[in-house]
Ligand binder design. Sequence first.
Ligand code: MSP
Length: 652
Amino acid sequence: MAKFYLTTPIYYVNARPHLGHAYTTVVADTITRYKRMRGFDVVFLTGTDEHGEKVARSARLAGVEPQAFVDDVAAAYQRQWKKLGLDYDRFIRTTEPRHAEAVKKIYRAVKKAGYIYKSKYQGPYCVSCELYVTDPTPEGNCPTCGRAPEQIEEENYFFKLSAFEKKLLAHYEKHPEFVQPETRRNEVVSFVKGGLRDLSISRTRFDWGIPMPDAKGHVFYVWFDALTSYMSGIGYGDTGPGASEFERLWPADLHLVGKEIVRFHAVYWPAFLLAAGLPLPKTIYAHGWWLFEAEKMSKTRGNVVRADPIQRVVGADGLRYFLLREMVFGQDGNFSYGAVLTRYNSDLANDLGNLVSRTLAMIERYFKGETPYPSAGADRSPEDRDVADVAEKTITGFLDAFDRYEFSRGLEAVWGLVAAINKYLVETEPWVLAEDETRRARLGTVLWTAAEGLRIIAALLVPVMPAAAEQIWQQLGFDSDVAATRLDSLCWGQLSTGQRIRRADAVFPRLEREPAIEQMRALEEEAAGAATTQGGPVAEEEKTWITIDEFAKVELRVAEVRTAERVPGTNKLLKLSVDLGSEVRQVVAGIAEVYAPETLIGRKVVIVTNLQPRKIRGLESNGMIVAASVGDHGRPVLVTFTEDVPVGARLK
Ligand code: MSP
């Protein structure tokens, strides 16, 4: 059996899992299930990227040891993937000793081959992206995140990346499938053609990393460390029996990545591997971003949407379907709660769900719950053949699309079959045939045809909606595991007759649109609130002191409320404009249940003024109003002064 080894990126622990992360993992899980049904022996690896200066800083801010910090976030990722039913085979954490062994092993191989030297780096560095800013924006900022870099000077160990320019270009030329899709490949090729500079792969500014052998005070650059996880997670660096797995699985067949990290995967990674004399992965496929309110969803932009609230309303399969159907793989996609509901109600509840329930209801009513016989003779009509034709074409079209990772096209093909069967039922009118005893054979053919179509649909949907596909399969009366179906041999005409169906609840119950959207939003706000008020991984008793300098980072100022109004469609939120003396800002605050907007005008309040702006209900909130949280329900009580204080005064 041919092997297929695929990976997601290992997720950066500075952020907790959001929909963007869930997307890469859902795609990987879908490919895993699909390839298994195509007969491959699949291994799917994911994990967490836990080193680097930013993580150390975040841990310090949270008042915990870095290891406690990363343990907590790594666990949050694992919990989230389990909740979404994402069935990875291997999970690697870069703080595991087996990973450190692997990093040291590849480094030694690269060094032995003569590609490491010591030199000084002086220049701009982006701490957020862990990147030397060699090609800054015209304003001198980081080209990836746009933040101002820090100036650093360090004695580092360098990797001779420049020595690989020609070899990489030759590889891209010879293996056009190496970087996908085409647009990303072109970007990578022109980046390399523009010339490669050597790359510093050690750091001395901080120690939260893997120590470099024979280089006191140096830890590995996070990307040298992180990329190696694709090998350490399957036994590279293992001196025991684990090593054989690496022999079997490497090179990876597919690295799935987001478009912003293509360069690391398609330039640095193959260069490290070539230097170490190791085979290169077969394909690096870069997907686009989920945009929310027209920007990339990300923690730093504050426009994050979590998977959990959506999953709680439309189910894990509803979410998976939305992610794969709505976004053309490789391009960016716009997220909105409304779009989730439209897909759910129209495609799942209406088109597919109704087809399942009415077909099964008629088999139950007219054939005592047993799949009827299809007629081979006079009672066959061209319409039956048409459905069979569409089904055969759907199978081929679906396989072709999924082989190319064109998920949305593959799903469109399946919905073409759903539509064809729905149309067939409307045209053949089985409920009318049922009234005429002489048309019983014809009725049997019609319902068998619809059920056979559903069998094919269920099998094709396994990779995308494993639980729903299994439910439909069971309802059709099968005892076997639908995921064991081999897609290569799936074809029309295999549904047995006389099989007892098992009608059950609707697979996708219809949802009331506005309440469902409101529920997702409310759950998201609750989760966002929990993430900020609970502030991460610190258990109450483990809390440590912060220094006065750390406290001084929080800017609290007196402001006067100028205007206040309710945010439509919510009970809790008020939109305020507050005067800070030097400027007037908009702040969205969850105090509407306690404070009527008109009572706030002219009132002095305290605002955290240097909090990262974030969008709440599409409204920019530029600061946070300070309130005591009282009682079990956290009733807000605004901070007030008994003496007069000028607007703009700082609280220290
Ligand atoms: N730690 C690095 C990867 C190291 S791999 C050796 C990293 N981690 S990340 O957590 O920031 O991102 C992980 C993946 O999530 C990336 O593929 C990224 O593209 C994806 N997403 C994060 N936000 C996203 C969206 N808004 N939309 C779609 N995917 C995005 O990079």
